[in-house]
Design a protein around this ligand. Structure first.
Ligand SMILES: Nc1ncnc2c1ncn2[C@@H]1O[C@H](COP(=O)(O)OP(=O)(O)OP(=O)(O)O)[C@@H](O)[C@H]1O
Length: 142
């Protein structure tokens, strides 16, 4: 299909959804399906999600301020979103260029590097927030 024809088909599909008043609902269900697909197919995303859950559980038992909660939630969201983008880039490259290519290697490694940066930032935020509180907690217990 040419690009022009593809745009026409996309516009007609979009208009038909608006006419049926279903656009918002369908847009949300596609997004939810996308997240479910990422969860099912991406081990790293599941690992990050489990780590995020553990952090939230630990946070509930510590006296955190609103700002600390905001920072933790932001760090978790940051890691998960970049992990999703990394998965998208990997899939896109596998689809566009399945055979070995140095540019694909560069793109995939750079995307993985972006995830690593977010993970390091999240760990640093965790250390700054949790370490003093855990220290106080342990000092009180010992
Ligand atoms: N087509 C390719 N051409 C060149 N190098 C590639 C190609 N596909 C993968 N690689 C190299 O292999 C690495 C792993 O790629 P792969 O697509 O298997 O990701 P992955 O193991 O699923 O990564 P992640 O653990 O981040 O999900 C890439 O970072 C890249 O260095």
């Amino acid at each position: 299909m040419t690009r022009k024809r593809c745009l026409v088909v996309k516009k007609k599909f979009s208009e038909s959804l608006v006419l049926k008043g279903k656009r918002k609902k369908i847009g949300f269900s596609y997004a939810w399906k996308g997240l479910r697909d990422i969860y099912k197919n991406e081990l790293n995303f599941r690992i990050h999600l489990v780590a995020a859950l553990l952090v939230v559980i630990v946070s509930i038992f510590l006296p955190l301020s609103a700002l600390e909660w905001v920072l933790i939630i932001f760090a978790i969201g940051f890691v998960l979103v970049v992990e999703i983008i990394n998965s998208i880039i990997e899939r896109m490259m596998d689809y566009l260029k399945p055979e070995y290519h140095p540019t694909v290697r560069f793109i995939k490694d750079a995307a993985a590097g972006a995830v690593l940066v977010t993970a390091i930032v999240a760990v640093l935020i965790g250390i700054i927030i949790f370490l003093p509180k855990l220290y106080v907690l342990l000092s009180a217990l010992l």
